[in-house]
Design a protein around this ligand. Structure first.
Ligand code: ADP
Ligand code: MG
Length: 482
């Protein structure tokens, strides 16, 4: 039916023309939301019928911009006096050719950066989209140690001057050692310095599926053209391109195109280029043209520094010895290190306590990595709760929780890190064993009952506001099986 299709495309163009008129007077987010999938359904002598995909769009268009829209319509079709809005839910279907895709037609001069609920979405040249730049990955938050110093330095240099120094930048290393973090951090940094840069981050699997899609639609030229507009192309986990010849072919061309124009290319892999079997030699030799850096397993000090950094990031306070314990026992990857820490935090929050060496040891054991858990007596992991019968029992649990000697608790030291555990012990003996103040004073080397009273009151007072203390006391009680 040639007439119908002419009418259809005629309306389509007319609507596009009208929307170009109206666009400047509507805020961009509103414009993109409410005109998406709209269409002119019919044109009468004095009215036009505008189809909208849902009642909300109808409501907004009718009430918020009816006059502006009518004026815009009249600039194009002066005879029109009335706009009629009709809901047609078919317009929202992806294959309804009547509906106008404003996101496509009104993509802001090819590129635009916008923020989406914490995650930076980079809207790119028509058809290329890269979400996935997670703002939490920054160079600043990356803890540097001997295992990744060079990689970090190379990333910082590339972020400062993309395309100028190390091109391509190739980062390799085992699972969970920070490759994705570094890659995304460069992307974030480049955009921070210049939000007009077109940064594309994607995994090689995603790249493959885009190519497959393009081939399916027989428009691999369009695919190539789109990638020409990219300033920085980041491909994560390139090893997955192994044996995908057609994808490698396309990637090779994209690579050359970008490289020849001094556009930055950054690649990560689980192994060095030479060991990438299943990858064409010409690609491997391209990778070797630039800078190759590795990330390896962090040593104990770096692991500990990472744990401290993550605690700051999550705004939690955890005893140093607990972090030391994790650092000592989790050494396979930073992801695991972070995982144990997050589990410990979550569990402690659930139980209103703070993580202890004992509670963390259980989590580490579940990982099943090391047969023996270092820094802890095996039996201590298994026992859950000791029977508490006397003041001595409580003092013992408190002293081991704070990693101090019970003699210190019983002594007269005025050091802060001793006084608090002492007062906690008095408080627990009073509240759990219901002993008289005098009797408690006796257990503590004959201290005056007012000292004990004062200690108990102080802890009670602190508990009203001090979350950390509350956590400590809950953990101690848990250790005592209370
Ligand atoms: P990969 O891509 O190498 O498998 P990721 O980049 O996904 O590893 O890292 C796993 C987790 O460990 C991420 O949450 C990342 O932030 C964290 N991480 C890795 N290395 C570091 C580091 N040096 N400093 C801070 N966080 C790190
Ligand atoms: Mg990764």
């Amino acid at each position: 039916m040639p007439t119908a299709s002419i009418a259809k495309s005629g309306n389509h163009d007319l609507w596009l023309q009208i929307l170009k008129e109206v666009e400047p007077s509507v805020k961009r987010p509103h414009f993109l939301t409410w005109f998406q999938n709209t269409a002119i359904l019919s044109v009468g002598k004095k009215s036009i019928v505008i189809g909208v995909p849902n009642i909300f769009a109808k409501d907004w268009l009718e009430h918020k911009i009816n006059t502006d829209l009518l004026e815009a319509v009249q600039r194009v079709c002066p005879a029109v006096e009335e706009l009629i809005f009709e809901v047609d839910s078919n317009l929202a279907l992806p294959n309804d050719s009547r509906a106008l895709n404003v996101n496509r037609h009104f993509a802001k001069n090819a590129k635009k950066v916008r923020k989406l609920a914490g995650r930076r979405e980079v809207k790119l040249v028509e058809g290329v989209s890269s979400k996935c730049l997670n703002p939490k990955y920054t160079l600043k938050k990356f803890v540097v140690g001997p295992n990744n110093r060079l990689a970090h330095a190379a990333c910082s240099a590339v972020a400062k001057a993309p395309g100028a120094l190390y091109n391509p930048l190739f980062i390799y290393g085992g699972v969970g050692l920070g490759k994705t973090h570094l890659l995304q951090a460069i992307g974030n940094e480049i955009l921070k310095n210049d939000s007009d840069q077109v940064v594309v981050y994607m995994t090689s699997e995603r790249f493959t599926s885009e190519i497959v899609e393009a081939i399916g639609k027989r428009n691999s030229k369009a695919f190539k053209d789109r990638y020409r507009k990219v300033d920085c192309l980041i491909i994560d986990d390139i090893q997955f391109l192994a044996n995908k010849d057609r994808t490698q072919e396309e990637f090779f061309h994209t690579f050359n195109e970008l490289y020849d124009h001094n556009k930055q290319i950054i690649i990560s892999s689980d192994r060095p280029p030479k060991e990438l079997s299943g990858l064409q030699d010409r690609l491997v030799s391209r990778f070797e043209m630039g800078m190759i850096v590795d990330v390896s397993l962090p040593d104990y000090e770096t692991r500990l520094a990472i744990l401290h950094a993550k605690c700051r990031e999550h705004e939690v306070l955890i005893h140093a010895e607990v972090l030391e314990f994790i650092a000592m026992n989790v050494h396979e990857s930073v992801r695991e290190l972070e995982g144990v820490l997050l589990q410990a935090i979550a569990q402690a929050q659930l139980e209103h306590s703070t993580p202890t060496v004992r509670s963390v040891a259980k989590i580490v054991k579940k990982l099943g990595r090391s047969k023996e858990v270092r820094g802890l007596i095996e039996s201590a992991v298994e026992t859950s709760g000791i029977e508490i019968k006397s003041a001595e029992d409580i003092i013992e649990v408190v002293s081991s929780h704070f990693r101090i000697a019970s003699d210190d608790i019983l002594g007269n030291s005025r050091k802060k890190h001793i006084i608090l555990p002492r007062q906690i012990s008095m408080y627990l003996i009073r509240t759990e064993l219901k002993q008289a103040y005098e009797q408690i004073g006796e257990s503590f080397g004959g201290k005056n009952h007012t000292t004990v009273m004062h200690a108990v009151e102080k802890i009670e007072d602190l508990l009203k506001t001090d979350k950390r203390l509350l956590g400590d006391i809950n953990s101690i009680k848990k250790e005592m099986g209370l």
